[in-house]
Design a protein around this ligand. Structure first.
Ligand SMILES: [Zn+2]
Length: 349
């Protein structure tokens, strides 16, 4: 569990703002102490919200890498995407549901506490904060939890996970515009102070950024889904191990180079980084052996393919179909496909 560095800055600002507007009946020290207590309660609330997501993930066998907490929210990093739309839906709704239940329980406590006490007021404020977090996060646009739920439903209906992400990204953009427009209208009609309106606009900008990222990522993964690792792989021209580099290059006519054993099986590949080696170097001195970590299956595509090359995002991978070597896939070529360029061997020389 991580605390973002920005948390300390925003926590200090929020404590000050709380202390300034707290009831005048309290001594100054108490007001700021209450502000700090409120900020810490918010932190605990955000943590429980993220814990809701994280525990549901683990229940469905999706590992959780980290939870990062910020003042107005947090995020849970998963080890992989949820395997089915149903899991995505359950994981996305677990957070707002946790906040909703927490808010409800705290509201109950606040009602039971004697009226007009400092503690009662604080509990009521934390209860309202949790209910606001629950409702806001359930709004149907990415990057909010509600947007993930919408994306999961579209995924279930169309069987296309990326279409859900793109559509929920666009509804997220609409929400962002709504936030900014609503803040302006509320400020002009005197419902919101200038700092309050600025905060809502800031939330809108954060939404717009997250929605844009979701659309961008969805487009790229969709682009990558059209081609499998086997289709992206470059064929390997294999030579015997003692062949000097210059000779191997001449014979391969610029194809990707590999090393073959006596039976002609490809046992190693020459990385692109070997290009600067002296001409008389024997190829096996430059070769990377075909190890399980360097091997990916020809059928991989889309997000699974991206994940497979995460171990070494600039490296070379041997693409295998069963026991046969199909070719070599350079992660740099993959990056080019993601950017929208064509993988074109002729133009790269
Ligand atoms: Zn959430």
């Amino acid at each position: 569990v991580y605390l973002s560095p920005a948390w300390f800055v925003l926590a200090a600002l929020l404590t000050l703002a709380y202390g300034r507007q707290a009831a005048d009946s309290e001594p100054v020290g108490v007001r700021y102490a209450l502000g700090a207590a409120f900020v810490l309660c918010l932190l605990a609330s955000v943590f429980l919200h993220e814990l809701g997501h994280a525990l549901l993930c683990r229940r469905y066998g999706v590992g959780v890498k980290a939870i990062t907490l910020e003042v107005l929210g947090g995020y849970t990093e998963m080890e992989r995407d949820p395997p089915r739309p149903g899991v995505e839906l359950a994981v996305s709704m677990a957070g707002p549901l946790t906040s909703f239940v927490l808010g409800g329980l705290l509201a109950g406590v606040a009602v039971l506490l004697p009226e007009h006490t400092t503690g009662g007021r604080l509990v009521a404020q934390v209860a309202i904060s949790n209910l606001v977090v629950a409702v806001f996060n359930a709004l149907p646009g990415l990057p909010l939890d509600g947007g993930r739920a919408v994306a999961a439903l579209i995924w279930a209906v169309t069987r296309d996970p990326q279409r859900g992400n793109r559509i929920a990204g666009w509804t997220g953009r609409l929400l962002a515009v709504g936030c900014a427009g609503g803040a302006l209208a509320a400020y002009l009609s005197g419902l919101l102070s200038l700092p309050g309106a600025a905060l809502v606009v800031f939330v809108g900008l954060t939404l717009e950024y997250g929605a844009g990222q979701a659309i961008w990522h969805g487009r790229r993964v969709a682009r990558l889904s059209r081609l499998s690792a086997g289709e992206l792989a470059e064929p390997i021209f294999a030579v015997p191990p003692e062949t000097p580099l210059a000779e191997a290059r001449r014979r391969s006519a610029d194809a990707a180079l590999g090393v073959a054993d006596a039976s002609g099986r490809v046992v190693a590949v020459i990385p692109a980084s070997a290009a600067g080696a002296p001409d008389d170097t024997a190829v096996d001195a430059l070769a990377l052996s075909v190890t399980p970590e360097r091997t990916i299956s020809a059928g991989l595509r889309g997000a699974d393919l991206l994940r497979a090359v995460q171990a070494d995002p600039l490296g070379e991978y041997v693409v295998m179909s069963g026991q046969d070597v199909v070719g070599v896939l350079r992660a740099a070529d993959l990056a080019r496909v993601l950017r929208g360029g064509r993988r074109d061997r002729e133009s790269s020389h």
